[in-house]
Design a protein around this ligand. Structure first.
Ligand SMILES: Cc1ncc(COP(=O)(O)O)c(C=O)c1O
Length: 391
């Protein structure tokens, strides 16, 4: 077994949003996007040291933090970013809202492409902007941008929100897709806000994360939102940042967050530095563990639940499942009754889909899959008992 299993912990009684949804019920939670693993030892140590210091005053991002973030952008993402390009945020979601406020006027268009993380649909509405919904084009379980529909809908659109790698479909967009997106945006005078929160969770050897800022035509009209939160399992520490090369865009973005979302807590800064500077080996272990879990998931679905179609899972620790062949009125409810808590695709803009978070101990995943398989068996004509081969 991957030694990363040492990081698996029991999260009961820790006020976990993910676990408390089903408190007191025998339902395993595979819904919310956080992981059931302890964070990296370097992060825990950095936080411990800060706690021992015992003073928790207003804190600036220091040189070591900038060095860690700029080093990460350079070494991992191939971007020569400058210190001034970084705008600190208490989360990615405030960055989505700030982009809507900064780059589209009241009532002006903000395009997004569902199925997508629900905050993409909410951000324009929350800021009094007009959401322009252009679903991704789908062929089987593969999704990409619907270029024709985007062209048709582009009039009056000021901002495009994209998610790369994409939650929930699990794709890392290719360079050619992003180049096409860059020229689409340039042609229509649209600003791009790219949410890259899942960018260090690429699982497929053939897939790569290409940052929008690495696309020549897009770089000067883009805001890239990043955070250590998903990769290093520190979302409760509320630390994220925007990378904005263009000074005009950056100033507008900063104005949009002023007085509302321009403070990050010091524990978030500590975690962020230790994540990017000192947690490489831990991340390697994590990716290995997630790849094994993904293989278990794919195998069990193919063997026991072939009616369920699974998305590409190139990146992120979420599987996107099409359950339409099961013919269920309420798939979430059906699997909850079987002891498995999943996210409802309808919340992401596509019905008869479920999202399953597989960043959990392998035994928990196996138990969840066994429960799902039995629930699917129950929908069929009676046949002899089977079991998933988990190895
Ligand atoms: C694509 C995406 N963006 C943003 C977030 C949330 O970011 P934050 O907690 O930093 O606001 C999530 C959480 O699941 C996500 O999947």
């Amino acid at each position: 077994m991957n030694s990363f299993s040492d990081h698996c912990v029991d999260r009961a009684e820790t006020s976990s949003l993910k676990w408390d949804r089903y408190k007191g019920r025998d339902i395993l939670p595979f819904w919310l996007a956080d992981m059931d693993f302890r964070s990296s030892p370097a992060i825990i140590e950095a936080l411990r040291k800060r706690v021992e210091h015992g003073v928790f005053g207003y804190t600036l991002p220091d040189e070591r933090l900038y060095e860690a973030v700029l080093g990460y952008l350079h070494n991992d993402k191939g971007l020569k970013a400058e210190r001034d390009w970084i705008v600190w945020l208490p989360g990615i979601v405030p960055g989505l809202g700030a982009s809507c406020r900064a780059f589209a006027g009241p009532g002006e268009g903000v395009m997004y492409c569902p199925p997508v993380y629900p905050q993409f649909m909410l951000a324009p509405v929350n800021q009094g902007r007009k959401g322009v919904r252009v679903p991704l084009a789908r062929a089987g379980m593969s999704y990409s941008f619907d270029w024709e529909a985007m062209e048709k809908a582009a009039r009056g659109v000021k901002l495009l929100l994209i998610c790369n790698p994409h939650n929930p479909i699990g794709r890392a967009f290719s360079r050619s897709e992003l180049e096409r997106l860059g020229s689409f945006a340039a042609r229509h005078g649209i600003i791009i806000c790219s949410d890259d929160i899942h960018c260090d969770l690429v699982l497929d050897p053939e897939a790569v994360h290409t940052p929008i800022l690495a696309i020549e035509e897009a770089a000067a009209r883009s805001v890239m939102l990043m955070a250590p939160s998903k990769t290093f399992n520190v979302p409760g520490l509320s630390c994220a940042f925007a990378v904005i090369p263009d000074k005009g865009l950056r100033d507008s973005f900063k104005r949009a967050i002023r007085g509302m979302a321009d403070h990050v807590n010091l524990m978030g800064f500590e975690a962020c530095r230790a994540a990017y500077a000192e947690s490489g080996a831990w991340l390697k272990g994590l990716l290995g563990y997630l790849r094994e879990n993904r293989a278990t998931l794919r195998r069990c679905i193919a063997e026991r639940m072939p009616e369920i179609k699974i998305g590409p899972c190139e990146a992120t620790y979420m599987a996107w499942l099409d359950v339409s062949e099961l013919g269920l009125d309420d798939p979430v409810r059906y699997f909850e009754d079987a002891g498995v808590g999943l996210s409802d695709g309808a919340d992401y803009g596509e019905r008869q889909m479920l999202r399953m978070n597989f960043a959990c101990p392998s035994q928990m995943l196996e138990e969840g899959l066994e429960r799902m398989a039995r629930a699917v068996d129950a929908l069929r004509e009676p046949v002899g008992p089977k079991s998933c081969s988990m190895q």
